[in-house]
Design a protein around this ligand. Structure first.
Ligand SMILES: NC(=O)c1ccc[n+]([C@@H]2O[C@H](COP(=O)([O-])OP(=O)(O)OC[C@H]3O[C@@H](n4cnc5c(N)ncnc54)[C@H](O)[C@@H]3O)[C@@H](O)[C@H]2O)c1
Length: 585
């Protein structure tokens, strides 16, 4: 049985072999060629191909000696990168003679695709290349040489790290042994190993015809690895835009291998994802989204302008939703994600402010940016927002529940209405966000991150902030509980606790017990205090991105917030004394 349902099949003859080629989708659309790795056949791409076929002309072929393609005779010397390039060109000529194709490779499919995209004879035939879990052997050779020539302790560590991950490459170079292993127990156990170790879902279809594919594939290594690593080409520069997708849990390849990649592929877009090696089987949704986006960007001529901001490797192309994005910390956070090339949804109850943030986000570097007007305390409105965002932009990868309001005043001056208002926005707004967008993330099953803006007031009591502090302490505990619940699903949760930050919050904060005139005076006075402290919201935004990258649970941001956090843990009595000090009002 084949899972490439509805695929049209054809055979392409080249260099003494016959290649089995499958096509899906409308041939008038841009062509995406998917090249599989080792030990796989084109069926490894089934889930990705099915998702791309609605928008593109999708082409897959069994590499020579794999799946239903025939093997060269003799095997030795039949799998050189030159011959594999001949095969690719023959397939490209057959399925897309007039237009360059978008190439996608995984594992050895990526290794050979690097060859295709760096040799001169394919120039003009490749529009873009998406690489995952398979480096160029030339780049790899230079990477090793550089570390051997100038072996600093760090470089030696990197060499040893990759060396340990390459144990199977040495094994595959031995004569006969791999063939025997595949014909014996390894061949039988392979699907179970993939399922257990790599978390590849078990399926009723094969991704490789074991043991013959795997035995043939050993020649990919023997014919190419040693000669290329010994004498890597000097001119192995990519002549098309490249998108590099790096699974961070790859047991076979170190992320460090790609450190210098911009030298070889100047039009580079980097993406990382928390996954193991077999991403075409484990993360087809994510890959299909990224491939589609990159192909479309290349067709529109945008792929060369890859995001350059800090953490672009992590956030480029990701969907990030920020509430309270019209001003202050939310706006700075939206901009920081925009700079990293994310797709940004700026949410605020102030429509004009949200629109401005979206517009500027696009100018700063967001792949796309939209404004949405909603009051986060309004449950039904938030439900509608969540449904609209999912339908129009997709499932959010990073959610920042930031919208909040200030409320100051003694406990007895704080009216039930004051309590309700601050709880509705500061706590219920966060609950709605987590409940609605968090559920979508969890159901998608591809991880994500939720950031909730709490405050130093969450752990630092104060006689001036009983209601505000209560909402923020609740946000902190909600974040901790949710973090525990979502950990297994690869969704991180962070509570950000800023401290005094110079934003407009002082101008809109309510001072319980004060009449209108007195409130204005107190707002101006607090604004001056925040102005003197002058801690910029951009630094909080940086802390948000760092927290997501490193999956931090709790981040006190300003030095005084960090100090208060330490005191709350090691000297809470001191904080309790400070809490009794009357605010300078
Ligand atoms: N500025 C600080 O010193 C400080 C310190 C600790 C925590 N915080 C927290 O940081 C977050 C952002 O505060 P800021 O300082 O950037 O404030 P800000 O007033 O500058 O910005 C808040 C934004 O949220 C929006 N907003 C308010 N209520 C909303 C609602 N119900 N629905 C949708 N949007 C709403 C506002 O329109 C505004 O654009 C808040 O949760 C605040 O409690 C701020």
């Amino acid at each position: 049985m084949t899972v490439l349902d509805g695929a049209r099949e054809r055979w392409v003859r080249t260099g003494g072999v016959e290649l089995c080629v499958a096509e899906l989708g409308d041939p008038r659309q841009p062509t995406v060629v998917l090249v599989h790795g080792y030990p796989d056949s084109k069926e490894v791409w089934s889930e990705v191909a099915a998702r791309l076929a609605g928008r593109f002309h999708v082409v897959l072929y069994d590499v020579r000696g794999h799946g239903r393609s025939s093997a060269p005779s003799p095997l030795r010397g039949g799998f050189t990168l030159e011959k594999l390039t001949d095969d690719f060109l023959a397939v490209a000529d057959a399925i897309s003679p007039d237009r360059p194709v978008h190439l996608v490779g995984h594992d050895w499919g990526s290794v050979q695709s690097w060859e295709f995209v760096t040799v001169r004879r394919t120039e003009g035939r490749i529009a873009s290349f998406t690489s995952m879990s398979g480096p160029s052997l030339d780049h790899f050779g230079h990477w090793i040489n550089k570390r051997l020539r100038r072996p600093t302790p760090r470089r030696v560590g990197q060499l040893l790290g990759q060396g340990a991950k390459s144990w199977y490459v040495y094994l595959l170079h031995t004569p006969v042994l791999p063939e025997l292993a595949w014909r014996g127990p390894l061949g039988k156990r392979w699907p179970g190993i993939l399922e257990r170790v790599e978390k590849v879902p078990g399926g009723d279809y094969p991704t490789a015809s074991l043991p013959s594919d795997a035995a043939h594939g050993a020649w990919l290594y023997r014919d190419n690895v040693r000669p290329r690593l010994r004498r890597p080409r000097e001119d192995a520069h990519a002549h098309a835009p490249v998108q590099l997708i790096t699974p961070l849990g790859d047991a076979f390849l170190s992320e460090r291998l790609y450190d210098d990649l911009e030298l070889w592929a100047p039009r580079l877009t980097r993406r990382t994802l928390p996954a193991k090696h077999w991403v075409p089987r484990t993360r087809p949704d994510r890959l299909a989204d990224w491939i589609a986006e990159f192909v479309t960007a290349t067709e529109d001529g945008r792929a060369g302008t890859a995001a350059k901001g800090k953490h672009a490797d992590r956030f480029a192309g990701q969907l990030v939703l920020v509430t309270g994005a019209g001003n202050g910390i939310g706006r700075a956070t939206a901009f920081a994600f925009a700079e990293a090339g994310a797709r940004v949804v700026a949410v605020d109850r102030d429509a004009e402010a949200a629109a401005r943030t979206a517009e500027l986000s696009r100018l700063i570097g967001a792949r796309a940016a939209w404004a949405e007007t909603v009051d986060v305390s309004d449950g039904p409105a938030m439900e509608k927002l969540a449904a609209r965002v999912a339908a129009e932009y997709g499932v959010v990868d990073v959610l920042v529940n930031n919208a909040g309001i200030g409320l100051s005043g003694s406990f007895f001056d704080t009216t039930p209405e004051d309590w309700k208002k601050v709880l509705d926005v500061n706590l219920w707004g966060v609950i709605h966000g987590c409940r609605l967008f968090g559920r979508q993330m969890a159901e998608r099953g591809q991880g994500g991150h939720i950031v909730n803006t709490a405050s130093a007031a969450a752990f630092q009591p104060s006689r001036a902030l009983p209601a505000y502090g209560t909402t923020k302490a609740a946000v902190l505990m909600l974040s901790e509980c949710l973090r525990a619940e979502l950990a297994d699903q690869g969704i991180g949760v962070t509570a950000i606790c800023p401290g005094l930050v110079n934003t407009n919050i002082t101008a809109t904060a309510h001072f319980a017990g004060a009449d209108a005139e007195e409130e204005k005076r107190l707002q101006r006075r607090t604004a001056r205090l925040y102005g003197v402290r002058n801690y910029p919201p951009e630094k909080v935004a940086d802390a948000v991105l760092e927290a997501v990258v490193h999956n931090r649970p709790l981040v006190p941001v300003t030095p005084e917030a960090r100090g208060a956090h330490l005191l709350s843990r090691f000297a809470p009595r001191v904080l309790r004394r400070l809490a009794r000090v009357r605010p300078p009002m």
